[in-house]
Structures are given as structure tokens and as C-alpha cells.
Ligand binder design. Structure first.
Ligand code: NAD
Length: 500
């Protein structure tokens, strides 16, 4: 029997009333295992109404009450890591260990949210003028929405809701319709942790649900993570509707390898970061820029390692890389490899046509490695989001930097070198939001914010960390005077008040 995933509204399951469902496929078998309800405008309105009602008390609750719920949620999440990872693998396809890593990185933000009392400490200046004190405080916004991509069905929602609700907001999540089950399990665990009904809601669906969230007058802020065209659309539309927006988009992440780098370490890092999660990571390395004479040796070291990657279903402990999310996406990824030679690239490894015995209907593709890729090739210019690594060659650091900075994307980047001066120069000169020095996937820890530059992020807040708390709260400044009974009356003064 096909499993059905419903919405979660007001603290309980809400069966799809629109009658529209989408298919959820196990990417390893190609089998449709689940139907997910797609929300109508009315169903989104019901979720926002539940969140608005819950805000009346949650927004007034004490920090102690909120953090108590988050600590209990953290314990439950910790205890259910494996179960959530299994849900992710069954619908996304990534291998179990990778799915566990995703849960762990989401849990880091819950850790941060458990300490929200420290982050929400306001500022107080006493005696700014005679008997006058000034306090700056931050208060929640109200109902906030999160719209998330398929590639991290547990972690990316957790980049958003733990901090949002810790700050006193209530939340409506619209997860990816391709792998919706993890979000519902998170909702159940939040309820078990004692989160009041309506503080966290999930509506599934497509553009209908998203567009209603973007237009709804009671939604005060929108956090989005997904592809660049949709991120740009979300930012433009929600901003025009007067909402606060952070919209994180796609990426093409470069890794520079300087001639003095440890080439074995660089090759290990390039292979892990390019092919992990089958390249379906916004922080995947998709372009290596080999500087100077090391190019041939580096490509050979990458090839040797990449060829050994074991491809198979994510629930098989022997698998290191799983399938892609859909057949259509697999075919699109394959088309970049098929066209690469005509675009002037050397195809070192061609992963198209790969199958896995016993899983012939899965969305498989093998490892592809393209060398000497020209910068005008589509394989270089587009975000492929698959296990395809492009290598570009330059003579100098300056040429390599120019390539990175000419990219419209600016999510993450990395430099591999033993030269501290060169690494320092790169940190300052590169146009990207996250930089790794001998670290290929520099995803910041929870207490530092995550975000790209250029077409990788629209809006002025990065996600989680201090930026997250700032995004989910608004400032208020209170100026107070308690006159002493002995003070002489000030009398009427129409001049602009001056502090003295
Ligand atoms: P996507 O943009 O297709 O979908 C993201 C969300 O938007 C989903 O919930 C989807 O239902 C919704 N959506 C899709 N089309 C829409 C439309 N026309 N109108 C309104 N809503 C729409 O992205 P995806 O394929 O799920 O995820 C992969 C992309 O996400 C990649 O580009 C990847 O780089 C990016 N990503 C970025 C980050 C980051 O931190 N910058 C993190 C993860 C993923």
C-alpha cells in the first residue's frame, strides 16, 4: 500500500483536502512509494491561521519555557538520528552515513537555539543623560515561513525553525515535495517535546502553496533555500509584499590548488567534496582550478580515487554514493557529460550509462571527470548538481582568482596551499561568502552564519548564527527617565531633545 504524507497543522496531522497529491520516489529503485498531499490556498491559510493564533501565547512565553522545549527536542532528535536518516535515504537516495551527517549538522543549530537566552540578551546604557537609561531589545516578528530544497530535507529546515521558534516566532514550513517525510517526523518530535500546538506547521506542495505564503498578509518573513532562479523570484515577490526575506540560491564552488599544495590531500578533498551525496550539495566542489605545472599529476590522483567510489543504494553500508533524485535530473546531468568533448573538454571519466545490478530502475549515474574545461562550456557555467567535476587549468594564481570572481555564483570556495601568505590573500580577494583554507566544504558551524554572495544569496542576512537571530527578531529601543522627586520641573521646551 502506498504511504501517504499529510500536512501538519495546529499540532496534528491534517489530511490533504485539495485532493491533489504528488508522487515520492525511492531513487534507488525508481519505485513510487509515497503520495504527498499538495496544499491548496485554503490549507495554507489554515496553517498560517494556526501559527498566528499560537503566536499570541508563544510570542509572550518566557525564555525558560522556550529553551526547555528545545532541550527536550534536542534529546529526542539525538535519540532518533538513525530513523530520520533512514527516511532521508529512502526518499533522497543519499547513503545512510551522509544522511546521519545531515542530521548532525541540523542538530548543531538546535544546540544554538537551546542557548538563545544568551543571544537575546539586550543592551543597556545607563545614565546616557541625567537619570536617563536606554535599552535595546529584540522581539519576534510573528508568523514566519520556510521553503526548503530536496537535497537536505532535515538539515535545511533545521537551519531555520529552531532559531525562529526560539526567538518566539511561530513557523510554517513548506518542504520539498520530493522528500517530505523527514519534516513530518521533526514536527512529531517537536510535539513530543512539548511544543504548543500551532507553533510549528508543515504544508506540502508546489508553487500554489509557495505563492500563497509569499502573498499572505500574516506571514512576516520568508527564509528560502533552493535554486537561483526560484531564490530570485522568492526575494522579489516576498519583498514586494513587504516581507523580510533571505533567499539562498545555487552554486558553482571552486577549489584552487596552488603548485605548493599537498596534492594527495588536495585530491582526497576534491573527490570527497565533488562526489559526496552524488554532487547534490550546494557546497559541493564542482570546479577545481589547477594552478601551474601540477595539473596532470593532480588530475591523475583525482582519477585514481574517483574510480574506486562504490555506487549503490543508500541503505547498503558498502555504498559510498547513491543515485540522483529523479530520472529527469539524472538525464540532465548526463547531457552535460555527453556534450563536454564538443565544448573542448577532455573527458577523463564518463559516468553516463552506469547501472547497479538488481536496481536497474534506479536513477543511477557514475562518476564523471572533465579536464581542461573551457570557461565558456555549459558544463562549467551551469550548476550541474551531479557527480561531475570540471578541472580548469591556469598558469598563475591571478588567472585562477579571476575565473572564480567572474562566476555569477559566490557560495563557497577553497584554496589548497602550504603558503600562508597566498591563503591570506585569497581570503581577502575572493568574492564568495564562505572560504576554506585546506578545507573543501567550509560549511560554518552553527554559531557562525552560512551564506553566499552574488547569485547564491538574495537578501542581506546569512542564515543561522547571529544573522539568524537578527533575521527572526526586530529591534526596539526603550529610553527611560525616572525623575527624582527633588528635581526642579523641566517646563515646556519645543527644541529637539539633546542629551546633557
Ligand atoms: P528548487 O529551487 O527547485 O526548489 C526549492 C523549493 O522551492 C522547493 O520547496 C520547491 O517546491 C519550491 N519551488 C520550486 N519551483 C518553484 C516555483 N516555480 N515557484 C515557487 N516555489 C517553487 O531547488 P531544489 O531542486 O529542491 O534544490 C536544489 C537547489 O538548491 C540547488 O540549486 C542547490 O544549489 C540549492 N541549494 C542551495 C543551498 C544554499 O545554502 N545556498 C542549500 C541547499 C540547496
Amino acid at each position: 500500500m502506498t504511504k501517504i504524507v499529510n500536512h501538519w497543522i495546529g499540532g496534528k496531522t491534517a489530511e490533504g483536502a485539495s485532493g491533489t497529491y504528488g508522487p515520492v520516489t525511492n531513487p534507488a529503485t525508481g519505485e513510487v512509494t509515497t503520495k504527498v498531499a499538495f496544499a491548496s490556498v485554503e490549507e495554507v491559510d489554515a496553517a498560517v491561521a494556526a501559527a498566528k493564533e499560537a503566536f499570541l501565547s508563544w510570542g509572550q512565553s518566557s525564555l525558560a519555557q522556550r529553551t526547555a522545549v528545545l532541550f527536550r527536542f534536542r534529546a529526542l532528535l539525538d535519540a532518533h538520528r538513525d530513523e530520520i536518516a533512514e527516511l532521508i535515504t529512502a526518499e533522497h537516495g543519499k547513503v545512510h552515513s551522509d544522511a546521519l551527517g545531515e542530521v548532525a549538522r541540523g542538530l548543531e543549530i538546535v544546540d544554538l537555539a537551546c542557548g538563545i537566552n544568551v543571544q537575546l540578551k539586550g543592551e543597556l546604557s545607563t545614565q546616557v543623560a541625567s537619570r536617563v537609561d536606554v535599552a535595546s531589545i529584540r522581539q519576534p516578528l510573528g508568523v514566519v515561513a520556510g521553503i526548503t530544497p530536496f537535497n537536505f530535507p532535515a538539515m535545511v529546515p533545521m537551519w531555520m525553525f529552531p532559531l525562529a521558534i526560539a526567538c518566539g516566532n511561530t513557523f510554517v514550513l513548506k518542504p520539498s515535495e520530493k522528500d517530505p517525510s523527514a519534516s513530518i517526523r521533526l514536527a512529531e518530535l517537536l510535539a513530543e517535546a512539548g511544543l504548543p500546538d500551532g507553533v510549528f506547521n508543515v504544508v506540502h506542495g508546489d508553487k500554489v502553496a509557495v505563492d500563497r505564503l509569499l502573498a499572505h498578509p500574516d506571514v512576516k518573513a520568508v527564509s528560502f533555500v533552493g535554486s537561483t532562479p526560484i531564490a530570485r523570484y522568492i526575494h522579489t515577490t516576498a519583498s514586494a509584499n513587504g516581507k523580510r526575506v533571505q533567499a539562498l540560491g545555487g552554486a558553482k564552488n571552486h577549489m584552487l590548488v596552488l603548485p605548493d599544495a599537498d596534492l594527495d590531500a588536495a585530491a582526497d578533498a576534491a573527490v570527497s567534496a565533488a562526489y559526496g551525496s552524488a554532487g547534490e550539495r550546494c557546497m559541493a566542489i564542482s570546479a577545481v582550478v589547477a594552478v601551474g605545472a601540477i595539473g596532470d599529476e593532480l588530475v591523475e590522483k583525482i582519477r585514481e580515487r574517483a574510480e574506486k567510489i562504490k555506487i549503490g543504494p543508500g541503505d547498503d553500508p558498502a555504498s559510498e554514493m547513491g543515485p540522483l533524485i529523479t530520472k529527469a535530473h539524472r538525464d540532465k546531468v548526463a547531457s552535460y557529460v555527453a556534450g563536454a568533448a564538443d565544448e573542448g573538454a577532455e573527458v577523463v571519466l564518463d559516468g553516463t550509462g552506469h547501472t547497479v545490478e538488481g536496481y536497474e530502475d534506479g536513477h543511477w549515474i557514475g562518476i564523471s571527470l572533465l579536464d581542461k574545461v573551457p570557461t565558456d562550456a555549459k558544463a562549467y557555467q551551469d550548476e550541474i548538481f551531479g557527480p561531475v567535476l570540471c578541472v580548469l587549468r591556469t598558469e598563475t594564481y591571478e588567472e585562477a582568482l579571476e575565473i572564480v570572481n567572474a562566476s555569477p555564483f559566490g557560495n563557497g570556495t577553497a584554496i589548497f596551499t602550504r603558503d600562508g601568505g597566498a591563503a591570506r590573500r585569497f581570503q581577502l580577494e575572493v568574492e564568495a561568502g564562505m572560504v576554506g583554507v585546506n578545507v573543501p566544504i567550509p560549511v560554518p558551524v552553527g554559531y557562525h552564519s552560512f551564506g553566499g554572495w552574488k547569485d547564491s544569496l538574495f537578501g542581506d542576512h546569512h542564515i543561522y548564527g547571529n544573522d539568524g537571530t537578527h533575521f527572526y527578531t526586530r529591534g526596539k529601543v526603550v529610553t527611560t527617565r525616572w525623575p527624582d522627586p527633588a528635581d526642579a520641573p523641566t517646563g515646556v521646551d519645543l527644541g529637539f531633545p539633546r542629551n546633557h
